[in-house]
Design a protein around this ligand. Structure first.
Ligand SMILES: *Cc1c(COP(=O)(O)O)cnc(C)c1O
Length: 413
């Protein structure tokens, strides 16, 4: 029994398993900054992963919404392998084709020829780029030197660097890291009036997630993003949308803000972009992008060729009309199954939320224990917020696998 490791059940007296030995080494040598589930994963294919004991799991969290085409998708493997055999990295001192091909795709989806992409390696870095872009655009392009402040939202998540953790308006991520950088203020998510009250001559931009992912899978109320767009237009602010978790087709549209019919000034991407290889991006209109001319921002590894090649292959499959339709359909199935489950377990299941293949089930209590029991029942999911169990399955997960996943979930409640 490896699954009880590190949890309430005492360790068995039997000889240590492979899993025991790996976890023991991890506890001695890794910084203990993560709350890791006591399982060692060694192999993945599609929506399935296997642990060091040979046990198979249905993986409906898929690297926290990164492996959008599933583990080791053959087209992405092939693209990455080909690039590995050709050229790995040249830095941004030189031009390279994969970066440009990827930028062509991102900018076309964002808004035609008149936009630009910047590559980095993570979601936090993509959001750092948004923050720097907004300040510099106000200061240097719009001529508003006093406009430095960015409005973000309670319960949001934007990353772990000092600036992005400050943008992350949740005390548990900020505690102990003071002094935090100045220039961020927070509004309740979905409360347009509260945002309006915060806007002043010091405001530079609004940074928002279309669905709060880490905060518990909370979609923005209808009309909220459009209201923010109007507010930005009326006050010469930039609308920055964090699509790190929701982008690349996860909700059934390429970017989740497209459900709301708004056009942001700039967005951040990461998680699903490289199907699990580390790559992030900031995409913005050309007018705004002019704020970051030569020498003002950069990243040594940004746009790494292997990551970019994987991202191109991922993009072409994940954002195809067929895949978007399939993701929307499977999302609808997941939400239908969730609604049925809530009907059978009233009180226990408090709410089911999300859009497409980003789905959260809020339970009344013991969410962490539910996640542990899911794992014991061969289902991998994780916690988002205090009470919500998050599902972010790969788009290639079959309807049968989703149904099976929800059955295992119900058994774990
Ligand atoms: C995961 C996430 C981030 C941070 O991404 P990292 O790659 O961990 O830096 C930022 N914003 C949102 C919405 C996220 O879900």
């Amino acid at each position: 029994m490896i699954e009880a490791r590190g949890e309430s059940v005492p360790a068995p007296a039997a000889a240590p398993t492979k899993t025991d030995r790996v976890i023991d080494r991890a506890k001695h040598h890794l910084l203990q900054n993560y709350k890791q589930q006591p399982v060692v994963l060694v192999k993945g294919q599609g929506a399935r992963v296997w642990d060091a004991e040979g046990r198979e799991y249905l993986d409906l969290i898929a690297g926290i919404a990164t492996c959008c085409l599933g583990h080791c998708h053959p087209a992405v493997v092939e693209a990455a392998k080909q690039q590995l055999d050709t050229l790995w990295h040249v830095s941004n001192v030189f031009y390279s084709e994969p970066q440009i091909q990827l930028a062509e795709r991102l900018t076309a989806a964002f808004g035609g020829a008149d936009s630009r992409a910047f590559f980095c390696n993570s979601g936090a870095e993509a959001n750092e780029a948004l923050i720097k872009l907004a300040r510099r655009w106000q200061h240097e392009v719009a001529g508003n030197r006093q406009r430095s402040e960015i409005i973000t939202f309670e319960g949001g998540f934007h990353g772990r660097t000092l600036a992005t953790v400050t943008a992350t308006a949740q005390p548990k991520y900020q505690a102990g890291f003071e002094p935090l950088p100045a220039g961020f203020v927070y509004a309740p998510y979905g409360d347009l009036e509260a945002v309006r009250r915060l806007v002043g001559p010091q405001t530079a931009a609004i940074l928002v997630e279309p669905i709060q992912g880490e905060g518990g899978v909370r979609p923005a109320p209808a009309g909220f993003l459009a209201g923010l767009r109007d507010l930005c237009d009326a006050n010469n602010l930039l609308l920055l949308i964090d699509e790190v978790q929701t982008g690349i087709g996860r909700t059934g549209k390429i970017f989740a803000y497209q459900h709301d019919g708004v056009q942001p000034d700039a967005i951040s991407l990461a998680k699903s972009l490289g199907n699990g290889l580390p790559i992030g991006a900031m995409v913005c209109s050309d007018a705004v992008g002019k704020a970051l001319p030569s020498g003002t921002h950069g990243s040594t590894f940004g746009g790494n060729l292997v990551a970019a090649a994987a991202a191109i292959a991922t993009w072409d499959l994940a954002t195809s009309p067929q895949m978007l339709a399939s993701t929307a359909e499977k999302g609808a199935l997941l939400h239908e199954l969730g609604a049925q489950l809530k009907g059978r377990k009233p009180g226990r299941v408090v709410d089911c939320r999300g859009k497409g293949l980003l789905f959260g089930v809020e339970v009344d209590t013991g969410a962490a224990e539910v996640v542990a029991r899911c794992r014991q029942n061969g289902l991998l999911v994780n916690l988002a917020g205090e009470k919500t169990i998050r599902f972010a399955p790969a788009y290639v997960t079959s309807s049968h696998e989703l149904t099976e996943g929800l059955t295992r979930f119900e058994r774990s409640l």
